[in-house]
Design a protein around this ligand. Sequence first.
Ligand code: NDP
Length: 283
Amino acid sequence: MAAERIDGKRIAAETRAEIAEKVAAMKAGGVTPGLAVVIVGENPASQVYVRNKHKACGEVGMYSEVIELPEATTEDELLSVLAKLNERADIDGILVQLPLPKHISEEKVIHAIRPDKDVDAFHPFNTGKLMIGNPDFLPCTPAGVMVMLEKSGVNVTGKNCVVVGRSNIVGKPMALLLLAANGTVTVCHSKTPDLAAVTREADILVVAIGRADFITGDMIKPGAVVIDVGMNRRADGKLTGDVDFASASEVASMITPVPGGVGPMTITMLLENTLRAAALHHK
Ligand code: NDP
């Protein structure tokens, strides 16, 4: 039987409606949550992401500001822009769109954002708080996956959870969130010798590797819940995930499509973090 599709667009729309209500309540109390998005250079994919973030803020009633800087901006110039945003009372969240031009250190830039405005949750202060189980902000993509599981009625407690990929922005924080939700978590990566033997044990399988259609149906336990974080461009320009949807959906009980799965949740969780930042600033 074909797996049930987890509809990321629908869940994102529901979650954004809930956020919009909270923003309206906050505005009634005289506070408008504000996000600043900084983009350096003219990477077309980054420009699309930034436009989408700006639009999403407007749709839930938040203030947002896009700061576009030329490719030739120096690291010091960018740091001084961030220092000003750190001090502004109308800006609750600051996001610097990655990747940055090669002459700018991403690490220095991430460290320069005030942790209480770090809505991407990339600053070591926030990654540390996540690790000890006391986060102010959750990293957007893994947090979006957790909301999708919850809204689809998937209980993580006691489940075998396998995360494929160990990046700082997806795989590692994903593993921590599943652990915090009482899953038994295994993390795989490119040096895992028999990947299929591990993925076949997963009740919940989350894949974030950046390789088109890599996880096939024969690597999935019958009845598993499969979450595909991957976003890859095929030669024909179409977007595809890390999971081979056709074969996987024959075996899984629930599966996220690409597009229309995890993608729409990431910006939604950025809005959630901006709301949390505003709540922190106006206790
Ligand atoms: P990274 O390239 O930073 O990390 C990829 C991870 O996958 C690494 O840990 C790597 O292992 C592992 N890996 C690569 N090949 C294999 C393999 N053959 N077997 C097992 N593990 C493997 O990617 P990201 O985490 O940033 O992104 C992953 C995917 O998710 C991408 O497609 C990206 O576009 C997408 N993405 C989607 C988002 C969304 O909003 N939907 C947001 C962020 C990312 P090792 O550490 O050993 O090298």
